[in-house]
Design a protein around this ligand. Structure first.
Ligand code: PLP
Length: 427
């Protein structure tokens, strides 16, 4: 299947090109030209996670990659479960944090790594260069770890990410090179941009980004919506409402794509923190981003969500009115209050999941079954959660393991020539 650029529709690319390129001309996002649909969704739901996910992804990419290949990509990427847990009657948490970096970004990041490896020749040298303020770097590092022809260089601001975050991805070694830059996150991003602007360097080391708007990530995320519904008792599958804690709106896009494939979902809820561009837009029809405000759900501190055009495109193509989307925005105070309530009810959550839970509870009607996405492990936001709940949180095994390992990062001046030297050295 081809994908097209939603800004410049005449730009059509293969899946392989879309994965390698990330964005189209004029910063346009790629979107599938056909929207497949499964006739027998019950049969699909009856399959196991790996087989079902292989079928879902093959529906998009079977002309380019044989089903056997897709299956082994899925097996390599999805090596951890996505269980649902009942939090109260008819309300379930979908836990997406059982991967190596304890956040849902492991699903997309790892499938993207598999996709990139599948669409490049094994003798082709690729260098993934990315800047991180913490979480993305960890997901990218773990996803590409051990892939021989792909070198990964991750820049982060020295001393400005949490020690735990740093340990999670700066202790890997092999093809993962982490660089502590003497500057802030914007300096790191500027260095990355400068590198991509240098055509000679780009060619020499095969520069590529592991951008979060890559379509392969969204496709991977479709799979866990099916996995969630498959775990619900059959009689509860008819009136499912899913609440998605949203920042860049990739997760919600994937959910809507799952619905377009035939997954029975009655409605979705776009849940945000006070960076509420989308809920306000759904209310008033005016797109009016404000200055981004820092919150305790910082992975959702986004006021110009870059996946939103994909949601508009999908809804327009399927004739779904945007008014069918639920919406809501939550303050830090309310998130903390909800986190405490959940803890008292016996479910340990973190601020992002708590936002989705709160709005779901406010909007769920009798007879409906609610699912809310838990996008990160509570330990990933240890300080905030301990502060709110007043008790200690145990580190899960992957985090504890890396926490005990030695940091392998090298220091770098905020200087492009110094970075160039690093990029050449790691080849
Ligand atoms: C990235 C992230 C989100 C936001 O997801 P989007 O797909 O960008 O809407 C929510 N929670 C956590 C923990 C995240 O890391």
């Amino acid at each position: 299947m081809k994908l097209y650029n939603i800004k410049e529709n005449d730009e059509q690319v293969s899946f392989g090109q879309a994965v390698r390129q990330g964005l189209g001309r004029n910063q346009g996002l790629f979107f599938p030209s056909e929207l497949p649909k499964f006739d027998d969704v019950d049969a699909l739901l009856a399959e196991d996670f790996i087989s079902r996910s292989t079928k879902i992804l093959s529906a998009f990419i079977k002309e380019e990659l044989p089903q056997d290949t897709v299956r082994s990509m899925v097996e390599n990427a999805f090596q951890f479960p996505a269980p649902i847990k009942a939090v109260k009657d008819d309300v379930y948490a979908l836990e997406l944090f059982h991967g190596p970096t304890l956040a849902f970004k492991d699903f997309g990041g790892r499938f993207m790594a598999q996709s990139l490896a599948a669409v490049t020749d094994s003798d082709e040298q690729i260098t993934i260069l990315t800047a991180t303020s913490g979480d993305t770097g960890a997901a990218v590092a773990h996803a590409f770890y051990g892939m021989d022809n792909i070198k990964v260089v991750i820049l982060y601001p020295k001393g400005k990410i949490s020690p735990l975050q740093e340990k999670l991805f700066c202790t890997l070694g092999k093809n993962i090179h982490t660089v502590a830059v003497d500057g802030d996150f914007d300096d790191c991003q500027a260095l990355v941009k400068q590198s991509f602007d240098d055509a000679e360097l780009r060619k020499e080391v095969g520069l590529n980004s592991a951008n979060s708007i890559n379509i392969s990530r969204l496709m991977a995320q479709i799979c866990y919506y099916f996995e969630a519904v498959s775990q619900l008792p059959k009689e509860k599958r008819n009136d499912v409402v899913i609440s998605v804690p949203s920042g860049n709106f990739g997760n919600l896009t994937a959910g809507l794509l799952a619905k377009s494939l035939g997954l029975p979902v009655k409605r979705f809820i776009a849940a945000t923190n006070v960076n509420d561009t989308v809920p306000r837009y759904l209310e008033t029809g005016q797109w009016e981003p404000k200055v981004t405000i820092p919150t305790i759900s910082n992975a959702m501190d986004v006021s110009q969500p870059n996946n939103w055009p994909r949601i508009e495109e999908l809804c327009q193509r399927l004739g779904w009115g945007l008014e069918t989307l639920g919406k809501g925005a939550v303050t830090d105070e309310q998130s903390a209050e909800t986190l405490k309530e959940m803890n008292q009810a016996g479910y340990l959550c973190e601020p992002h999941g708590a936002i989705a839970y709160r709005i779901l509870n406010e909007q769920l009607s009798d007879g409906e079954t609610g699912l809310f996405l838990c996008t990160a492990h509570p330990a990933k936001f240890k300080e905030v959660v301990e502060d709110i709940l007043g008790n200690d949180i145990e580190l899960p095994a992957p985090l504890a393991k890396h926490n005990a390992m030695e940091l392998l990062s090298e220091d770098l001046d905020n200087d492009f020539d110094a970075l160039k030297a690093v990029l050449r050295k790691v080849q």
